[in-house]
Design a protein around this ligand. Structure first.
Ligand SMILES: [Zn+2]
Length: 329
């Protein structure tokens, strides 16, 4: 694997993009290392984060085992900032995952540029199923995770790096891809059950979205734009008992067309032809809210752009069912 290293600005970009993929937003308080950000969602006030981050690379020197990766802690001495969530992270571009270390174990580490190791299996685990909790020989727990879990990691960093019973319970996160609700209810501690079910729900949602966006080449099925402004929408809505997370129950829409679809302004029929609701249009017109309708119509394709693979095409019975539960006239 080629060694790619990011400079500080690129690492900051990676962090910001990951926060966005986590479904949160960030304000920059300090763009110099360590990065200091305010992480927030919608109108919430949010919380402050201080991030120490380095590239995670294959260790040099022949004495090092080949399955070991390391983060070289250079130029600063990590220290927790009071009132802020302080993270100590490595980023591995090849696997596209972060690895988080326990800040309390490395605070004030003053020896000349110490390095922290992590086994490759942790990076592989996170790459393939989002989370990998890894015991290091010194008793520290390292946590590798995918970018879209960065904020979840930050919110739960203390528990995630705890040992003993907490670690035993949270080790279920190593199997997020198969984690079921019946496994989660066996965990006695209520807070940890909440963390586990939030993560499991997030895994399912991001897994769905990853598959659907891939199937549609990250392109809006209604207008064709990409620009990373694309959502994966459920055709039969999640709230319906008949809904599934199969790729074929998904369609990729840009933010505008996703909202238009959810609000019943547009739909598509079993022949994949896009329709605009006449009922909705006349309601909007009479309320003096139909401005831009011409432009809106002009950007709509005649029929939705279909996935490359036929198996991902929305099945007619799903479309029928969706139109029924969405009260599409
Ligand atoms: Zn669109």
């Amino acid at each position: 694997m080629m060694a790619i290293t990011l400079n500080a600005a690129e690492l900051l970009n990676q962090v910001l993009r990951s926060i966005d993929e986590s479904g949160w937003s960030a304000l920059i308080r300090d763009a110099h290392k360590p990065f200091r950000l305010r992480v927030y969602r919608g109108d919430e006030h949010g919380f402050d984060v201080c991030i120490y981050i380095w590239n995670c690379s294959h260790g040099g020197g022949s004495a090092r085992s080949s399955d070991e990766y390391r983060v070289q802690v250079t130029s600063v001495v990590p220290a927790s900032v009071h009132g802020e969530t302080t993270l100590l992270l490595g980023w591995h571009p090849g696997y596209g995952v972060f690895v988080g270390f326990d800040i309390t174990k490395h605070e004030g580490q003053s020896s000349q540029s110490p390095s922290i190791q992590v086994k490759e299996e942790a990076l592989i685990g996170a790459h393939s199923h989002a989370f990998a909790i890894h015991y290091r020989h010194n008793g520290e727990i390292a946590v590798a995770f995918r970018p879209e879990f960065l904020v979840d990691y930050a919110l739960n960093a203390v528990s995630l790096h705890s040992t003993g019973k907490v670690a035993e319970d949270l080790s279920l996160l190593n199997h997020l891809d198969t984690l079921t609700d019946s496994q989660i209810v066996t965990v006695e501690d209520r807070d940890r059950r909440v963390v586990l079910s939030q993560m499991a729900r997030k895994y399912r949602a991001t897994d769905f979205s990853r598959r659907v966006l891939g199937a549609y080449s990250h392109r809006c099925a209604a207008c064709g734009i990409q620009l990373e402004l694309i959502d994966a929408a459920h055709i039969i809505p999640v709230a319906a008992s008949t809904s599934t997370d199969e790729t074929k129950n998904g369609v990729a829409f840009c933010k505008l067309h996703h909202a238009a679809f959810d609000r019943n302004l547009i739909s598509f029929d079993v022949q994949y032809k896009i329709e605009i609701s006449e009922t909705e249009v006349s309601r909007l017109a009479s309320a003096n809210l139909a401005g831009g309708l011409d432009v809106f119509k002009k950007h709509l394709r005649t029929a939705i752009i279909l996935p490359n693979d036929r198996r991902d095409y929305p099945p007619p019975q799903y479309i029928e069912e969706a139109r029924k539960v969405r009260n599409w006239a």
